[in-house]
Design a protein around this ligand. Structure first.
Ligand code: FAD
Length: 538
């Protein structure tokens, strides 16, 4: 197969224009082209009067060898790389050892799926509820119909942190072995639209994610895996620096010498337990800030000009960075076009913001985190100090919001003028249970407030209206990534605890759904190889 890149066509091109472009590029007679498929579709919106679709196309042709020779100096014609996923091994049918996976976020789910596909029958332990029950709890809390449940919320429960999200599926991690393709393919097998395989920045949306998570669970179970909900791992047993098993909150002990720790960035009690048991943990940088909301049409018209509202382009996103005079960097985080700001706490008496959207992305506002990078030097340094720092900010936000899970908010105009907000303007914030207008300058350290005050007008130069008076800030955004790293060796095992495989976002090895899924696959392979070696199977 051959791959052609940088095939550019007008936004409203007819379907057969792709074939015409292929034949023209390769100077190929039509009968020599056996078939073609779109590998990637993105757009180039740099010229707003002439937005183009940009394709990467795979073709089958009778002339492959000749074309490779003829285009050997053309960087846009190449042999299609082999992206087939190959399992590293197969469990012997009489294998008694069963690996444990803690957590059913994307990392734990993919680790579980791959191990199950190789015949290892993993036991997957999840502190929260199955996704349908979790949805009732989480949406009930957001609508103030059900009390907040610290074990069943936006962070905890089947599907992990990204279940009620925009479901953005892109990542900047290097992926030479194409594990990302395996993640996307399995998501399609579980019910995601096949377009996620070729759209440049695919997203799934909350409601679809719920069904996909259920289908992945069914697949793991059909392959001999076991998934247990409301099974919080409360302790881990280590002897001679090797894991022996786990104890659940109900005191049940489950033995295993292979434990994948995929607990996400909010499992603060679990981090404390691991630290107390002597597992090596270190502090790592993360970011803090607010969510910002604008009317989506402002973003659309700035990014797409007269093409704003075009169905192929959809709701526009943005990515912004500003390097401040005080040495801090402010950047947009987890931007959700046409989405909602959500209450993402996992602890009683705290307020945390994040964003989600449905597949249609047709809510009135665009939202994004506007966050400032911080490092362990910003707080007293012990490995878990970042968690205490997050908790302090989240508890302060809870108080500022009136102590009932409403988020504190402020208009951008007031925030920049350093005066409290008393009422909303034209932009209605989407965060539920509710928003209390106040003065957000008390909610983050001074250096972060100064950095965001400098960044917003700078962002306005890139997106006209970004610093509009009526745009709304809500806070606080503290769960941007894990404040710790549970360091591992090259074989993916903990630096000082054999058989423990720290994985995904909580361990500091992923940031987002796709990269967490990829890390889950890598760790599953490492576990499989280690078990196979131990039974002399390789
Ligand atoms: P998690 O998804 O956090 O999963 C960890 C799981 O472990 C949880 O289910 C938890 O209940 C369980 N657990 C924790 N402790 C224990 C224990 N002791 N015993 C048993 N189980 C335990 N990323 C994107 O790429 N795109 C997006 O659009 C996006 N939007 C987001 C929107 C929101 C509202 C949130 C909160 C996050 C969003 N993210 C998004 C981030 C993304 O969800 C995470 O990066 C990803 O889920 C991390 O995967 P993980 O498997 O490492 O951990």
């Amino acid at each position: 197969m051959l791959r052609l890149t940088e095939i550019k066509l007008p936004l409203d091109h007819p379907v057969d224009a792709i074939k015409t472009a292929i034949l023209k590029k390769l100077q190929l007679p039509s009968e020599e082209l056996i078939s073609y498929s779109i590998f990637k579709q993105s757009y180039d919106a740099r010229k707003k009067t002439d937005i183009l679709l940009v394709y990467i196309i795979d073709i089958e042709t009778t002339q492959e060898k000749q074309l490779i020779e003829r285009f050997k100096k053309d960087p846009h014609v190449m042999v299609t790389p082999d992206m087939t996923y190959r399992y590293v091994g197969q469990a012997p049918s009489n294998l008694m050892t069963r690996p444990i996976i803690i957590g059913t976020g994307p990392c734990g789910m993919f680790a579980g799926l791959i191990l199950a596909q190789m015949g290892f029958r993993p036991i997957i332990l999840e502190r929260g509820k199955a996704v349908r029950d979790r949805t009732v709890d989480t949406f009930g809390f957001w609508k103030r119909k059900i009390e907040f449940n610290p074990e069943s919320n936006a962070q905890f429960g089947e599907g992990g942190a990204g279940t009620f999200s925009d479901g953005k599926l892109y990542s900047q991690v290097k992926d030479p072995q194409h594990y990302g393709r395996k993640v996307l393919t399995e998501l399609v097998n579980a019910g995601a639209s096949p377009e996620i395989l070729y759209i440049n920045k695919p997203h799934i949306g909350t409601f679809k994610l719920v069904g996909i998570v259920q289908n992945m669970r069914a697949k793991i179970q059909s392959l001999g895996g076991e998934i247990r909900f409301q099974s919080r791992v409360e302790d881990i047993h280590i002897e001679n620096r090797r894991v022996q098993g786990v104890t659940l909150a109900n005191r049940e002990y489950i033995p295993s010498n292979y434990i994948v720790l995929a607990v996400g960035h909010s499992a603060r009690d679990t981090f404390q337990m691991l630290f107390d048991r002597g597992v090596y943990i270190e502090a790592k940088p993360f970011s803090i800030g607010f969510r910002i909301e604008h009317p989506q049409p402002i973003i659309d018209s700035c990014r797409f000009g007269d093409y704003a509202g075009n169905k192929i382009l959809g709701a526009a996103d943005y990515k912004l960075v500003h390097h401040c005079q005080n040495g801090r960097s402010v950047y947009s985080f987890c931007m959700c076009p046409g989405g909602l700001v959500v209450a993402a706490t996992s602890e009683i008496g705290r307020v945390v913001t994040n964003g989600m959207s449905q597949y249609s992305r047709n809510e009135r506002n665009a939202n994004s985190g506007i966050v400032v990078g911080i490092t362990p030097e910003d707080y007293p340094c012990n490995p878990l100090a970042g968690i205490a720092f997050q908790r302090r900010l989240e508890a302060q936000a809870f108080e500022l919001g009136g102590g009932s899970y409403d988020a504190p908010g402020q208009l951008v105009g007031d925030f920049l003028a350093n005066r409290p907000s008393t009422e909303l303007g034209k932009v209605h914030p989407s965060y539920t249970p509710g928003v209390v207008m106040t003065d957000l300058s008390q909610s983050l350290p001074d250096y972060a407030i100064a950095a965001i005050r400098e960044a917003l007008p700078a962002f306005d130069k890139k997106i006209k209206g970004f610093a509009m008076d009526d745009a709304v800030l809500t806070g606080v955004e503290t769960r941007t990534s894990s404040p710790i790293r549970i360091k591992r060796k090259e074989d993916y095992q903990s630096l000082n605890t054999e058989g423990l495989y720290p994985a995904g976002e909580g361990a500091g090895y992923a940031g987002g759904i796709l990269s967490a899924g990829i890390d889950g696959i890598k760790v599953a392979e490492a576990v499989a190889l280690s078990i196979l070696r131990s039974v002399n199977h390789i």
